[in-house]
Design a protein around this ligand. Sequence first.
Ligand code: SR1
Ligand code: MG
Length: 405
Amino acid sequence: MSRFDTYFLMKEADLPGYIREKMPGYFAADAALTVKEIGDGNLNYVFRIIDEEAGKSIIVKQAGEALRISAEMKVSTDRNRIESEILLLQDKYAPGLVPKIFRYDTVICACIMEDLSDHTLMRYALMEHRIFPKFAGDITTYMAATLLATTDAVMEHKAKKALVKSFINPELCEITEDLVYTEPYNDVNKRNIVTPENADFVKKELYEDKALHLEAAKLKFDFMNNAQALLHGDLHTGSIFVKEDSTKVFDPEFAFYGPMGYDIGNIIANLFFAWDNGHAAGAQEFCAWVLKTAGEVIDLFKKKFLDYYKDHVTDYMAKTEGFVEWYLAAILTDTAACTGVELIRRTVGMAQVKDVTTIPDRQKRVLAERTNIYCAKDCIMNRTKFRTGEDFVESFKNAAKKAGY
Ligand code: SR1
Ligand code: MG
């Protein structure tokens, strides 16, 4: 019997004993271990365990029963299994682009993984207006491979259905259904956070726009019913570690089978948040790189998608002439729509992004928020017209102009 045979929420002091039991031999028996809780997300606890003398470290990520962002929100700790299993799978499809999982523990609901402390959380790096020239290439390799490999076009259909079952993630999906696809349009749960200077703007542009509500409703049902590919499910810049020559996608606890455009659109919207921040600071070179990167993400994804499809498609009917063009066009439509819903929910919903909330000049923040909302509405309402990287970049530039930002 070990004290780790029953679930409890670990504290820093528990980690040396835990790691010695679960990863025997990883650290020397006489190593002096230091532990720091470094979790920065809304949900989990992340511990870094270090042997300074040997220059070795490791990460343990544990799911709590209540979320960090709100003690009232309780979500199944099974999310830790989902996260571990998808990372193991994605390491096969996109080697080198996700952290290594050493093992996971379904009792303590924790996974033990590679320490990426030589990388920086991408959101924070972008808030320092740092440029990552390899990012568009890496993230499109990751998305084309992990998404397409898990579709019915490529994967044997019974194997795909087994994955759909294994990655049923109802509680985490419910968070997205509420925070992304419902509350931003009506504040039905009274937890939206609206910048007071934008209260009238939000009322008119979001809460009173009936045509927008109808499109958001359709998109919500697509999110819930289009089991197209195994998604990361929360692919924002806080779920990515970067350094000059490396990109690592982590934190896929929202993974489930949904529309591919949800992941791609999250990347685009979060690049636009980085632009909001850079523009407020007058970081012109950075802003130009951000928009170029957003365009490249779309265009490179399309190219890699078509290449991967040609090499890996297995379904007989999916080889029909014209099918892949139809399939990709639908993904781009979804991508535009999902860019829009992410832009809106991070601007008025309960889970916002520091890129925008930390803009020190109040007026600039107000205009950045309006830019996001104008661009979002274009992306949602005119989603079938978005076909190239340029279409996304132009929409955002036009929105900034319209907002006077
Ligand atoms: C209640 S969790 C709030 C947000 O944090 C996660 O990273 C997801 O984006 C979720 O919507
Ligand atoms: Mg997260």
